[in-house]
Design a protein around this ligand. Structure first.
Ligand SMILES: Nc1ncnc2c1ncn2[C@@H]1O[C@H](COP(=O)(O)OP(=O)(O)OP(=O)(O)O)[C@@H](O)[C@H]1O
Length: 290
């Protein structure tokens, strides 16, 4: 497999609305600003309904934002023609949808699924691509090459879905809950494969996950809250993101101690903001935000 090299992604003021059957608008994303560097590994976290899957689908060019811009490298994919978007999805950005079977053809073999995943790519462009067998070996499924997908275990299907996603040597791999409903052993195997892909080929990797153990393996976590980026974790340190109108979301594990409505004192310096509880008469800051 050639070194595809990762590419960066950037969202600027991204808003997304869904229109329900009853004609109501649901605001899934309400102003997302986010930059992901080439070759970064990022996990999206956040409560159900906070907009993680929507953001992933927009980054993958599967849906278009209602407003705002999304850049893949220098290309504005929010304004791209359908033809260019289809080409981008076929080669540069691979999206693994939630649930392995949504990414696979169940009634045919593992080997054929890999063939189908490259159907939109001209054969001349696949000269240096790995063979189906090489890909299956990489995900530990060489012995299952001729096995029909519907007879495979959940872990095997998820590893096959990953092999199919990278069969076109994408620069970005987006995976929605790639380890949900897997045993611990299978979960760890899939997570290891994702990190190995990034190490070996520089692929930019973004996953959505509800599993803290999975998120902890990523150097950067982005926590969504109410359709916005709430907080971030980088190399073990926590960061809060100042949103529109100066809104600051605390990381959710702090909300029992600092519930909504808590009146806090703010002391702001040029490079430091100290937020403290007025009841704290010791004067020692309880929370320190840089
Ligand atoms: N097709 C749709 N039609 C209408 N509303 C939708 C649609 N898809 C998502 N939504 C709504 O948009 C909001 C964001 O949904 P989204 O699936 O992106 O969140 P999520 O954080 O990925 O949730 P989960 O963790 O449960 O998958 C939610 O309020 C959801 O109900």
């Amino acid at each position: 497999m050639r070194d595809a090299g990762g590419i960066g992604l950037r969202c600027a003021g991204v808003v997304h609305l869904y229109r329900t059957f009853e004609g109501h608008d649901v605001v899934a994303l309400q102003g997302v600003d986010l930059e992901i560097q080439p070759g970064e590994r990022v996990a999206f976290l956040g409560p159900s309904g906070s907009g993680k899957s929507t953001l992933l689908a927009l980054l993958g060019g599967i849906q278009r934002p209602s407003a705002g811009r999304i850049y893949l490298g220098d290309d504005d994919i929010s304004r791209m023609s359908e033809r260019h978007l289809a080409r981008l999805r076929a080669r540069r950005v691979a999206t693994m949808l939630q649930g392995a079977t949504r990414n696979l053809l169940p009634y045919t073999t593992a080997r054929r699924n890999i063939g189908f995943s490259r159907i939109g790519v001209p054969s001349a462009e696949l000269d240096d691509a790995p063979t189906a067998m090489e890909l299956l070996e990489r995900v530990g499924l060489a012995d299952q090459a001729d096995q029909v997908v519907s007879t495979m275990s959940g872990g095997q299907r998820q590893r096959l879905a990953l092999a199919c996603a990278v069969a076109t040597q994408p620069q970005v791999l987006l995976a929605d809950e790639p380890t949900s409903q897997l045993s611990h052993l299978d979960r760890d195997a899939v997570v290891r494969l994702l990190h190995d892909l990034n190490r070996d080929f520089g692929t930019t990797i973004v996953v959505v996950t509800h599993q803290p153990e999975v998120a902890a393996t990523f150097p950067r976590t982005v926590t969504m809250k109410g359709g916005r980026v709430g907080s971030e974790g980088r190399d073990g340190a926590e960061y809060a993101v100042i949103g529109a109108e100066g809104v600051l979301h605390l990381p959710s594990h702090l909300t029992p101690q600092w519930p909504p409505g808590t009146l806090v004192r703010i002391e702001a310096g040029p490079r430091r903001i100290v937020i403290s509880h007025p009841a704290d008469d010791t004067g020692i800051p309880q929370e320190d935000v840089r």
